[in-house]
Every structure is written in C-alpha cells, then in structure tokens.
Write a protein that binds this ligand. Structure first.
Ligand SMILES: [Zn+2]
Length: 327
C-alpha cells in the first residue's frame, strides 16, 4: 500500500486519521480530506441510517463489501415490509437521489447486473467511493461532482429476490480490493436535505419546502409577486392534497398553507382577498410542492383544470360542485 499524504498524525490538519488493523486489513476511524456527506439525503426530517453493515455475512453471497443505507422506519410510514420500499425496520421511498459523498471526478457510471453503479475518484488512484443498486444515473464518466450532488436515483439490485430499494455504498483505498468499513468514518459526516428534484410527475417537479422554522427554499421565495398555480402532495403517500392559485401573490398564498397556527379552515372565511378559501394547512416537512408560474389571466383556469385532472383530496371538501364554480 502506498503512503497516504493526507493521513497525518496530530492536530495540524483536521482530518487526522487513526489507523488500526483488523482481520480484513486497515480500518480507519476519523475523517477523510475535504467535505463529506452521507450519500443519501435526509428525507423530510429523517436522517438516513446503515441498514446492513460492512462485512456482514449473507447466505449465497460474498461477505458485504460496503454498507447499505435506508431510513429508519417511523410508525406513520405506509410502506409494508416485504415490498420494494420497506423491510420491518427500514424504508426507502421511490425517487430518492444518491449523492456524491465528496467532491471528485466520476471514474465510471454504468449499468451492471446489480443495478446502475458509479465510482467517484476523490484522490486519484488512492481514494474512491462506489455506489450501486441505482435505477437511474444523472452523471457520466469524466463529470466533476461536488459533495451532495445527486448522481442517480436509488433503486434495488435486480439480483435481489426481494427488490428492496437501498443504496449500497463503499469506500475504496485504491481499488475495490482496498475496501474499508465506511461506518466509523461516516459518523462524522453531515446529512444534507434533499433540496433537488424528488420526482417528476405529470410534468410537475415536486420539491420539499423545508421544515417548520426553516427559511423557505430559494425557489419558493422567488414566487413573491408572481401569478400561477401550486400543487401540494403528501410526500409519503404521494396523494395530491391541494391545488391552489394566485393571480398576484403566489408566495403568500402558498406559504399560508404552512402556517400551522391557522390550522382550522374557518379562519380564512371572509379574510381572503382573492375570494376563495386557501384551504387547510399542512406540516411543511410532510409535503412536497410543485409550482407553475403563469400569467395572472391564466392562473384560475389552470387551477380549475388541475383540480379536475388531479382530484386533490382537500379541494373536494367544502368546494362547490365544479360546474358551479364562479370562474
Ligand atoms: Zn449492500
């Protein structure tokens, strides 16, 4: 094994690595050079976790060369164990991005029998990461990537009978034979929110809007003074819960749905300038929003078209029959 110029002892550099030996060779506990993030984003407010560890024995397979990453199950999760989205204790929703764990250059991005796979070089020839079981890739060989950049969409291994979705992740010192256990190193890594596309659906881009008390994402703030329509859906069940519009104040109209101190619908009666009830409020971290900016003239027509098409759960309660709608 060659020397690692970035492995230093003592405090001069923050990424000092403690190194000890194990049955499988070098084990590192500490940090690697540069900014490192978990290769799976937070899902709403939920951090990813290791669902199967390095070196774990599995019937019919070689010992595990990396870690598998999913989300710890919450009691409200709708996913049934044994489906592609869940085991008894972990879940993986559809459409979650795999992220580059650190800055680097894509060495390979290819379809393999175990799913779409990516290798990223971080210190060329010396330090790389490997990601597999993706169902789509968003990078190609030679691409420069930044820590936290989406590289593909998490899927399942086609060779896995259960088709359980998860990201398989490895850290290589040199090549694949230099695999080390990522778990102790990952303890020091940050998790990042999934601020990028969650899924495309019907031409709409649904994105998370952050959690309570967080500033709204830039794309939401950019709606100030705009006209258009918005679609709110439940992140977990993907049910469309509400469609609304504004002819002048898309930002204010949309964000009122997340003002949870006004959670009862009657509050809005008689207080809303545009003549219709903006509906219920929703916990920000449980929903995703798609927006289409339109001209002021088009906003109401587009809203009615989408209500007919998408049949949002909460528009249908307390709204007059569509034929009687005053626009
Ligand atoms: Zn695995």
């Amino acid at each position: 094994m060659r020397g690692w110029p970035w492995i230093v002892g003592g405090g001069a550099l923050a990424y000092a690595l403690a190194r000890r030996s194990s049955r499988r060779g070098a084990v590192f506990a500490g940090a690697l050079p540069g900014r490192w993030v978990w290769p799976v984003p937070r899902w709403n407010d939920r951090a990813p976790a290791i669902s199967d560890g390095f070196d774990s024995p599995r019937a019919g397979y070689p010992r595990h060369g990396g870690v598998d990453i999913m989300y710890p199950r919450a009691s409200s999760d709708p996913f049934k164990a044994g489906t592609p989205n869940a085991s008894k204790v972990f879940v993986m929703p559809d459409g979650i991005s795999a992220l580059a764990a650190a800055d680097g250059v894509v060495r390979s991005a290819a379809v393999t029998p175990q799913g779409h796979a990516v290798v990223i070089d971080h210190v060329r020839g010396e330090l790389a990461t490997f990601y597999t079981h993706m169902e789509r890739l968003s990078v190609k060989p030679g691409d420069t990537v930044r820590a936290g950049q989406p590289i593909g969409t998490i899927g399942a291994s086609p060779l896995d009978k259960e088709h359980l979705k998860h990201l398989h992740f490895e850290i290589w010192l040199g090549g694949p034979s230099g695999r080390i256990d990522p778990a102790p190193i990952m303890r020091g890594w940050e998790t990042v929110p999934s601020t990028t596309m969650v899924a495309r659906n019907g031409g709409f881009l649904y994105r998370p809007v952050g959690a309570a008390n967080e500033p709204y994402p830039e794309w939401v703030r950019a709606l100030r003074g705009k006209a258009g329509v918005y679609v709110i859906r439940d992140t977990t069940s993907r049910e469309i819960v509400y469609v609304g519009s504004s002819t002048t104040q898309l930002y204010d109209t949309l964000t009122r749905h997340f003002q949870t101190w006004r959670r009862w619908k009657g509050f809005w009666r008689g207080q809303y300038g545009e003549g219709h009830d903006p509906g219920l409020t929703y916990p920000r971290h449980r929903v995703e929003v798609a927006v289409r900016v339109t001209s002021p003239n088009q906003a109401l027509d587009e809203e009615m078209r989408l209500i007919r098409k998408l049949k949002p759960r909460d528009n249908l309660t307390g709204v007059p029959a569509l034929e009687e709608a005053p626009f």
